[in-house]
Design a protein around this ligand. Structure first.
Ligand code: 6PG
Length: 462
């Protein structure tokens, strides 16, 4: 065969990615377990059809590819990936490359890269269907010599920021999927903070969805300019086709999730690199699905959120502060993999490839890339540009969290962002009490301010 690349899994993301690849001029062979899906995809290919070879068996798929082969997997993360690799392996040559472009847990990618017996890349792809079709942000993981084999394709299909491709190799093994996972964690926190602000506008200010959409649309012209703010404006302004009511009034308030945010929270705990705003967002999604319990609570205690007067400018500045803190936490977590995994992930490069294509793309990422480049290893919140931004906005975050709390509005991500900020600027904390308690009940010992370690209180005997 002479197809330059193959793709297995023509679900929403796979089909979009395959079309993108074909459109950029690469011959691509495609396969889907359910043959009808492949036929429908080929039938709908239009002018891209000459670039696409639809195949109906794995054998025909493998035979359609130029050697050494490069095969993208776009199947659901988890067992399906291992099963697909097992089914492919007997048909492959030793140097055929497998590229997992799904949302794999990076530990799985590490394992597959080490054990699957084929050259392997784990590649995080962000941007939803639209991104996959017209330009996603692409976070590669694996050996540079493997990345080189497909780099031209990855750069060609990726989003561009002022002509610069938003695709790069992040590091070895699972590094690409790790960065994608943290991206999704930031995505969860950013989305949750926006939802909290929406709640203050709806239940505090008593605004209609459409008017709330106008507020977000206006913010999208300022420092908050970002994809998530833009689509929140659109979602808020949309109407239900059936009833004509605001769409948000008919969407059930229980958030779904596929697990990447949870993985970020869990992994951050293992790395001892807290990402509390992300954790709060995961918790909020989990609690959102407990609708009956929430209704039962309301029946006993009364509805929590009360109307109060809100300054929209204050909300905007609070969200700016919150957003900076979400990203700061995510970047610190990525930096921590240097020690934990030995992955020298280039933080400014991460910020650069997130500037277009991905879900958390945002005008702020330009300044983040610059700040991370100018101050290697520094928490974003302490870099001069963002320190100045926080100095100008943390007061607003504090007021919003305080007013929200006084008026019964749960704002878990915003308040945990604020607690993180305050904790990380408290030189003298309160863990001396924890250490005293630990020594009291378990003789765990503490470090004395004079530098001596293994010290004990007067309860220690002899
Ligand atoms: C992206 C998204 C995408 C998807 C995730 C998270 O970057 O394109 O993050 O990967 O939306 O699956 O979605 P959940 O909210 O379902 O966990």
């Amino acid at each position: 065969g002479d197809a330059r690349i193959g793709l297995i899994g023509l679900g929403t993301m796979g089909a979009a990615l395959a079309s993108n690849i074909a459109e950029k001029g690469f011959d691509i062979a495609v396969f889907n377990r359910t043959t009808q899906v492949t036929r429908d995809f080929a039938a709908g290919a239009g002018e891209l059809a000459p670039k696409i070879t639809p195949t109906e068996t794995l054998e025909a798929f493998v035979a359609a590819l130029a050697t050494p082969r490069a095969i993208i997997l776009m199947v659901p993360a988890g067992d399906a990936v291992d099963q697909q690799i097992a089914a492919l392996k007997p048909l492959l040559d030793p140097d055929d490359l497998i590229i997992d472009c799904g949302n794999a847990l990076f530990h799985d990618t590490d394992r597959r890269a080490a054990e699957c017996g084929q050259p392997f890349l784990g590649v995080g792809v962000s941007g939803g269907e639209e991104g996959a079709r017209h330009g996603p942000s692409i976070m590669g993981g694996g050996g540079p010599e493997l990345w080189d084999r497909v780099e031209d394709i990855m750069l060609a299909i990726s989003a561009k920021h002022e002509g610069e491709p938003c695709a790069a190799l992040m590091g070895p093994g699972g590094a690409g999927h790790f960065v994608k996972m943290v991206h999704n964690g930031i995505e969860y926190a950013d989305m949750q903070m926006i939802a909290e602000i929406y709640g203050l506008l709806r239940d505090g200010a008593g605004m209609e969805a459409e008017a709330i959409g106008d507020v977000f649309a206006a913010w999208d012209e300022g420092p908050l300019k970002s994809y998530l703010i833009e689509i929140t404006a659109k979602v808020s302004r949309a109407r239900d086709a059936e009833s004509g009511a605001p769409l948000l009034s008919v969407i059930v308030d229980a958030a779904g999730q596929k697990g990447t945010g949870r993985w970020t929270a869990i992994e951050s705990q293992h790395l001892l690199t807290p990402v509390p705003a992300i954790e709060a967002a995961v918790v909020a999604r989990n609690l959102s699905s407990r609708r009956e319990e929430r209704a039962a609570g309301e029946a006993i205690f009364g509805a929590a959120p009360q109307p109060f007067e809100i300054d929209q400018g204050l909300l905007e500045r609070a969200l700016i502060a919150g957003k900076v803190l979400c990203y700061a936490q995510g970047f610190v977590m990525i930096a921590a993999t240097r020690e934990a995994k030995g992955w020298e992930i280039d933080l400014p490069q991460v910020a650069r490839i997130w500037r277009e294509g991905c879900i958390i793309r945002s005008a702020m990422l330009d300044d983040m890339a610059a700040a991370l480049a100018d101050h290697p290893g520094e928490n974003l919140m302490r870099t001069p540009h963002f320190a100045a931004l926080l100095k100008g906005s943390h007061g607003a975050l504090r007021q919003v969290v305080a007013q929200a709390s006084l008026n019964g509005h749960p704002v878990p991500a915003l308040s945990s962002g604020l607690a993180y900020f305050d904790t990380m600027r408290t030189g003298r904390g309160t863990a001396n009490v924890i250490q005293g308690q630990r020594d009291f009940f378990g003789l765990h010992g503490f470090e004395h301010v004079n530098g001596k370690t293994g010290q004990h209180g007067p309860w220690a005997k002899g």
